[in-house]
Design a protein around this ligand. Structure first.
Ligand code: ARG
Length: 457
């Protein structure tokens, strides 16, 4: 197959070079966007009189037929033709003849590939945004259904203070809200038209970039042709957004893994989302959650791989940049599959209410409530902290829970402690009283649920 750039060459490209430089094996994924971009470009060329209108129409019809062929799996991609851009252009020329040779007027693969990647990431970002939203709704549903379950909240993975499981889950919805906003914000920078920059310098031909931008639904136009073909920060930003997102997902996954252990036994994972062991018959392993945690490493790797590839590249386009595709594609696939897996697994998780509740009331988890009780009685917080610390030490030494102390025992530590301390000691009391904004009280968590429901509508 004849390459479109052979004019100044006298030797045939080595097979090895073809094999080494091709990107069609992976960039064929961009075909839809390549064709969409070419149709808009051809429309503009005809409208501006740069090519005859008739040719423009023939090109557009040819491209539409090619799209149908690819869709139906009837298109053969060729390695000799390097990439998706040349594969489609060559097919067009073969199909419609001389008019096809006019499509690449006032265009380079440099602005074309930037265009394709932007169109692709625009679509995928929108899809990821809606998957995040769907996951938020699912978590919100679980939080609402289980509003009465109290669990131990942790710091340093040591029991800290009782909280509602709903409150804990809402924390993830907040993270996902920021993740969603990050993707939305990045879309503003993805959604910019690079086409019309040509190789790097622009063109002598009277193109209309604003028209192309409008046809393709871009919010803006890249204002510097050199920047437009050199820039991949929009893709890096997408990878950064993805990295932060999967970091959040990996934390949720880790908690599911931890909570499903015999040691915690706060939850039971659905059979359908766990796997067995080839040797130990009793095992039920949280592989889906583990893989979500594990795939996070890949996404970070992808981001770092493009950042490193771009580092120190001279302006403008360099072939190095072809290496941006696999990490971007892999990230899109990984992020979507993790979001989907979680969305299916989470609703089927069973919470061990009794077990969580019991754990929440232990380990002096309401000591801070006692200190705050003393503050209300007039003690400076540092003193209240010291007194409560001594009470806890006494309990540890005498193997007692806080609620088992008599009023006389309490009074030994502070005369201002009275009988009204008792409604501040159990896990339920503790949770109910955390009514500060954003706190774990059921009344407050209900408000948070209401707010988040509106935000995820
Ligand atoms: N396949 C190339 C890429 O992905 C397309 C651009 C090639 N441009 C060039 N002048 N060699 O980056």
């Amino acid at each position: 197959m004849k390459k479109p750039w052979t004019g100044r060459f006298t030797e045939k490209t080595s097979r090895l070079v073809e094999y080494f430089t091709e990107s069609i094996s992976f960039d064929q994924r961009l075909w839809r966007y390549d064709i969409e971009g070419s149709i808009a470009h051809a429309k503009m060329l005809g409208r501006q009189g740069i090519i005859p209108r008739k040719d423009s129409e023939t090109i557009i019809n040819g491209l539409k037929t090619i799209a149908k062929e690819i869709e139906a799996g009837r298109f053969t991609f060729s390695e000799e033709l390097e990439d998706i851009h040349m594969n489609i252009e060559a097919a067009l020329i073969k199909k419609i003849g001389p008019a096809g040779k006019k499509l690449h007027t006032a265009r380079s693969r440099n602005d074309q590939v930037a265009l394709d990647l932007r169109l692709y990431l625009r679509d995928e970002s929108r899809e990821i945004i809606s998957l995040i939203k769907a996951l938020q709704r699912i978590i919100l549903n679980i939080a609402e259904k289980n509003i009465d379950i109290i669990m131990p909240g942790y710091t340093h993975l040591q029991r800290a203070q009782p909280v509602l499981i709903s409150h804990h889950l809402l924390a993830y919805i907040e993270m996902l809200r920021r993740d969603r906003n990050r993707f939305k914000d990045s879309l503003k920078r993805i959604n910019i038209l690079p086409l019309g920059s040509c190789a790097l310098a622009g063109t002598t031909l009277p193109i209309d970039r604003a028209f192309v931008a409008k046809v393709l639904g871009f919010e803006g136009i890249a204002e510097n042709s050199i920047d437009a073909v050199s820039d991949r920060d929009f893709a890096i930003e997408f990878l950064a957004d993805s990295s932060i997102l999967v970091m959040h997902l990996s934390r949720l996954a880790e908690e599911l893994i931890l909570w499903s252990t015999e040691e915690f036994h706060f939850i039971e994972l659905p059979d359908a989302f766990t796997t067995g062991s080839s040797i130990m018959p009793q095992k039920k392993n949280p592989d889906v959650a583990e893989l979500i945690r594990g795939k996070t490493g890949r996404v970070y790797g992808n981001m770092l791989s493009i950042l490193t590839m771009m580092k120190g590249l001279p302006l403008s386009y360099n072939r190095d940049m072809q290496e941006d595709k696999t990490p971007v594609f892999d990230t899109v696939d990984t992020v979507k599959s993790c979001l989907t897996a979680l969305a299916h697994m989470l609703p089927a998780i069973r919470f061990m209410k009794e077990r969580m509740h019991e754990a929440a009331g232990k380990a002096y988890s309401t000591a801070t409530d006692i200190a705050e009780y003393l503050v209300r009685k007039g003690a400076p917080f540092r003193e209240a902290h010291e007194i409560t610390g001594k009470i806890v030490l006494y309990c540890i030494r005498n193997k007692k829970e806080l609620k088992e102390l008599s009023i006389n025992e309490f009074k030994k530590f502070s005369p201002s402690i009275a009988k009204d301390i008792y409604p501040h000691i159990t896990a339920e009391d503790s949770v109910k009283a955390k009514t500060s904004r954003g706190g774990t009280a059921p009344s407050e968590v209900r408000k948070q649920i209401k707010r988040l429901k509106q935000l995820t509508r």
